[in-house]
Every structure is written in C-alpha cells, then in structure tokens.
Design a protein around this ligand. Structure first.
Ligand SMILES: [Zn+2]
Length: 300
C-alpha cells in the first residue's frame, strides 16, 4: 500500500505563532489569541462551505462552528466568513470554569488551550484547538402520538415497528460497496425509506439510554429493553431525553437526514450484549416478524 503524503501547506497556519506545543517549546511566550486573529474570507462565486474549508485545510464543522449563519452548510457570494488558523471551536466559558475543566471536557491539554488564547486569565470565549464542533441536538416538545393525517388502524397496529406504517427497505444490514468511492463498509443497521418528518416510534417498551447528537448518526436515540436494545439515527427531531422510560409505539422523534446521511430515512439498529460490549444484529428478521403481524391485523 502506498504511503499517504500529508500536505501541510495551509495558507492560514503560521507555524511560529500556532505551535500546538508552544508552552514547552517557546518558553511560554504568548501569541495573539486565536479568536482575535481570525482571517476573513469573502465568498466568491462557485465556492461552497466545503471547498472553502478545504482551501484553508480545515473541516466544514470548524467553519460551521465559527460562522453561525452558515450552519445550514450554505454560503452566499460576498458573505464574509471567519477563518481560524487551525481546526477547533469557540467555547463560551461558564462562570468560574477553569482551563483545566474545559481541557478535561474536550481532552485537550490545559496549557495548550491557555497558550492558544494568549495566556488570558479569564477570557469570556476561548478557542479550543482540534475540538470538533457539533450542532446541538434538536429537542422539540412532545407532540400528540398520532398525527391527524395518518390512518388510525395502521398506527395502533404497528406493534413494535419503528414507524407508523411499513416502508421499503432502502439498504440492508451487512457489508456494502459504496458506488461512489468503491470502498466496502459495514452497514450496522437497516435503512427504512420513510419521508422527512415521519413519526419514529419506540419499537418496544424500555429506557432511553441516549438521546442527542452522535457523530455520523446525527440526531440519535438508543433505547435499552430487557434483553436487547434498539437505535434510531439521522432523526430531524428528538422528543425524548436520556434516562426517560418509553412505551412501545410511543413517538420518540421524526425521520430526518442529520449526520452522515444522503437523504431522509430511518437507520434502525437492533443491538444485543456481547463480550465486547453491544453488538448489532440484522434487524430484518425482527422487522419481518412485525410485518407479518401488521399484515394479519390489516387484512383481518
Ligand atoms: Zn443506515
């Protein structure tokens, strides 16, 4: 396998000013705080948030974090974007919070944060180098379980199906070859092709283990039932909180396309305990069982 050449020619990084090991290497000389030395980039025609990020050797998430107007990933020609010299996020310091506490939260050395922020004693906002910005999960108020435009018999008869009615499977569990990149990857769940905003229902009674943002899963919910768990990813909205009890069929969120997703769908996983922690199972047999039940009731 050929070695990967790492290019480090970002136009924005001044190696002398932004040495991440500055405290050890330069005897504690403090640089200008990163947040006071941001570059301005005027958006040109044909540019995207991703292409601008690439130009400066940054991730799109870094630009979204520092430019709240661009958190929908769009840019307008002529708009001015704030460009930091390296990846990281701006963090609003809470009352009496120390560098150490912030460092623990983001697993960055406190002296590194101190240095990158010009050795200020009590800054209101600090730049945390290398920390990855993520959007807040969208938490909405609980809304009625059954929206008026759905047929009641289908909703009540779901019996554990994670949506109000059966929808086509758009991607199965298991190894799959990405047609664009040609790379193989393991698909840990099943993709259900439901439209944006479709209610997502708890497949079984249980306790919400996690509800919030989870990387590529986007807005994500994990529910633990007695002997197994179920997971729901890429949601547009979440209606439950971690620790909450939910009953089978209760609406917990809405279908969306958050995280690593190419379009609206529900990524549904079934997990079981194993020696290595939670392991995923093919949800197909679980869903087929349910489909039979739904079919019987609908026909009968
Ligand atoms: Zn999926």
């Amino acid at each position: 396998m050929p070695a990967i050449a790492v290019s480090n020619t970002s136009p924005a990084i001044n190696e002398n000013t932004f040495d991440p090991n500055g405290v050890d290497n330069d005897g504690g000389i403090c640089a200008t705080p990163v947040l006071e030395s941001l570059k301005a980039h005027r958006v040109k025609s044909g540019e995207t948030l991703a292409s601008i990020a690439k130009t400066y050797n940054l991730t799109t998430a870094t630009l979204m974090g520092l430019n709240p107007k661009n958190r929908d990933r769009t840019v307008k020609v002529g708009q001015i974007l704030k460009i930091p010299p390296l990846d990281g996020l701006a963090y609003q310091v809470k009352n009496l919070e120390t560098y150490k506490a912030i460092a623990d939260k983001y697993r960055v050395r406190p002296d590194v944060i101190f240095e990158f922020n010009g050795c200020q004693n009590r800054p209101k906002t600090v730049f945390i180098p290398r920390a990855v910005w993520k959007p807040d999960p969208i938490i909405a108020k609980i809304i009625p379980l059954i929206p008026p435009n759905f047929k009641e018999n289908l909703i009540i008869q779901t019996g554990g199906y994670p949506l109000p009615y059966p929808v086509p499977v758009t991607s199965n569990y298991g190894w799959r070859n990405n047609p664009v990149t040609g790379q193989w990857s393991f698909h840990s769940g099943i993709d259900l092709g439901a439209a944006m905003g479709t209610p997502v229902l708890a497949a079984k009674t249980g306790r919400v283990e996690f509800a919030g943002w989870e990387g590529g899963y986007g807005n994500f919910i994990e529910i633990i039932h007695t002997s197994f768990g179920t997971r729901y990813a890429h949601l547009s909205q979440i209606f439950v909180t971690s620790g909450q009890r939910v009953v089978k069929g209760q609406q917990i969120g809405r279908v969306g396309s958050t995280g690593r997703s190419t379009g609206p769908h529900l990524h549904f996983e079934v997990i079981v305990p194993s020696a290595q922690g939670w392991a995923t199972l093919d949800p197909a047999s679980y869903l087929i069982r349910l489909a039979v039940v739904i079919g019987e009731i609908v026909v009968g």
